[in-house]
Write a protein that binds this ligand. Sequence first.
Ligand SMILES: Nc1ncnc2c1ncn2[C@@H]1O[C@H](COP(=O)(O)OP(=O)(O)OP(=O)(O)O)[C@@H](O)[C@H]1O
Ligand SMILES: [Mg+2]
Length: 233
Amino acid sequence: MLQNRYCGKLIVVEGIDGSGKSTQLSLLNQWLRARGYAVAFSEWNSSPLVRQATRRGKKKAMFTPATFSLIHATDFADRLERYILPLVKAGAIVSADRYAYTAFARDVARGLSRKWVRNLYRFALKPDICFYFRVPLETALRRIVGGRNAIKYYEAGMDLGLSNDLEESFRIFQGRILDEYDVMAAEMGFHVIDAELSIEEQQRQMRAALMETLGDKLNTGVLRAQPGATHVE
Ligand SMILES: Nc1ncnc2c1ncn2[C@@H]1O[C@H](COP(=O)(O)OP(=O)(O)OP(=O)(O)O)[C@@H](O)[C@H]1O
Ligand SMILES: [Mg+2]
């Protein structure tokens, strides 16, 4: 990935479904905004360019692992070039709920080669910090079932024919993804958070890690949303 030489910063959260990424990133964004920073948010699989095709393909279960991977890479390229990069160049903090690492974990769990997937995303901007929310499978499953009461077809890897039972397939597929994340953690320099801790404790650790990694850099050149705010506490 390409080193970030711009004034803006890129913060990423990663982890399996139900690990608490969105909860933590939303709290971190609120905190950064309250400190006067211009913070933008970008979510995995949200580009309008491929939304229709993704929806149609998913509905009819038409994707192969390769086409599914390529459509996510297209989504990513569109968001990176039209949204993430211009904002980082302008000096904003961009926080991303999932990044290329999600593809590295999921697409490999779908049977594609590590080298092929990493090569596909070589145009990506390297995050300034990537938090990895490590959680046991059972905890994630409990949270998902408790929260939205439905596991989705592709989230469970049902396209792979691992099991006819949705929950069983989810367990096998997410287990593979978890293994990939764990392998990547050291290689990619993830900041690992124990995602079984309380929401408050995880947030405290995130803020501390962010300040330790980027503290000084946040004082120079990062765009401010409020004219009055001039320093980091
Ligand atoms: N530390 C925690 N302890 C207990 N429950 C939590 C914790 N963090 C998040 N949750 C709950 O777990 C559920 C999943 O959290 P969240 O949506 O943040 O996960 P996620 O990683 O973004 O999942 P997805 O990948 O599916 O978007 C939510 O109902 C949330 O309130
Ligand atoms: Mg989420």
